[in-house]
Write a protein that binds this ligand. Structure first.
Ligand code: ADP
Ligand code: MG
Length: 231
């Protein structure tokens, strides 16, 4: 039972921002579905990881010091394994030229296709206490203020109500011929994330999944990015 996990999940991890792989490993322990992925130390390791993962992969820089990877050219979506080594070299050189901090390595993950991009967040409000946020992700997130908040703990009916409050609810139900999304899987992800926030202990300051891809009905949801902040 993943929800039976506790604060020991955070043992040995440093204070501050964790990198994407570390963050999503925590989320996965509490039952949040995440991308299949491998951490690689260098271009050769990244290519081997890509061959194992399938036709098309996503390559990302792995660094606790870089919270917004795409801002600095640290995300390449849709690479074949044979394109990965050059992409690693180019990425690393660009970061070096930009004076970016040292990397922990590369993250190679499966490419997720289709679905609706959402944001799932957790923080501790100084006045209110632990709060969970659900909203539209991706480009839509920047254009429309489409978010909803709840104090923790929440029941499944609360998570379902959060989904219904969003403008994105129409998208999730299947808008203009697009397939309906797996809303039960989204609700499951909200519940797993909320359970994590309750069980991980006081060291977990903040957590964010941006984006969470909600796939067509029956195909689940996948966290493709993740950030956890510890104290
Ligand atoms: P950032 O640190 O810049 O937020 P992300 O990991 O969120 O980086 O990647 C940026 C964007 O690239 C995402 O918002 C998503 O649209 C796309 N992306 C990232 N990972 C994947 C993936 N595994 N499959 C498909 N698209 C992805
Ligand atoms: Mg992101």
């Amino acid at each position: 039972d993943p929800v039976a996990e506790d604060a020991s999940v955070l043992a040995g991890l440093p204070a501050g921002n964790l990198n994407e792989a570390e963050s999503k490993a925590i989320f996965a322990r509490f039952g949040v579905p995440v991308t299949r992925e491998h951490v690689a130390a260098d271009a050769q390791g990244a290519a081997a990881a890509a061959r194992e993962l399938g036709d098309e992969v996503v390559l990302k820089v792995l660094s606790r010091a870089i919270a917004h990877k795409s801002d600095i050219g640290g995300v390449r979506v849709g690479l074949r394994a044979d394109e990965v080594p050059d992409a690693c070299v180019t990425m690393q050189q660009r970061l070096k030229d930009a004076g970016a901090p040292a990397l922990e390595g590369f993250l190679v993950q499966e490419r997720i296709r289709g679905g609706v991009e959402m944001i799932l967040g957790f923080h501790r409000d100084p006045q209110l206490g632990p709060v969970i946020l659900l909203g539209s992700g991706g480009v839509a997130a920047e254009l429309f203020q489409d978010t909803t908040l709840r104090l923790l703990p929440i029941a499944r009916t609360d998570a379902e109500a959060m989904v219904e409050e969003l403008k994105a609810a129409r998208l999730l139900r299947g808008y203009r011929g697009a397939p309906a999304a797996d809303v039960p899987a989204l609700v499951d992800a909200v519940m797993a994330f909320a359970a994590m926030a309750g069980a991980a202990g006081d060291r977990l300051l903040e957590a964010e999944i941006n984006p969470l891809f909600v796939l067509p009905q029956g195909q689940g949801a996948r966290a493709v990015d993740g950030l956890a902040v510890l104290r």
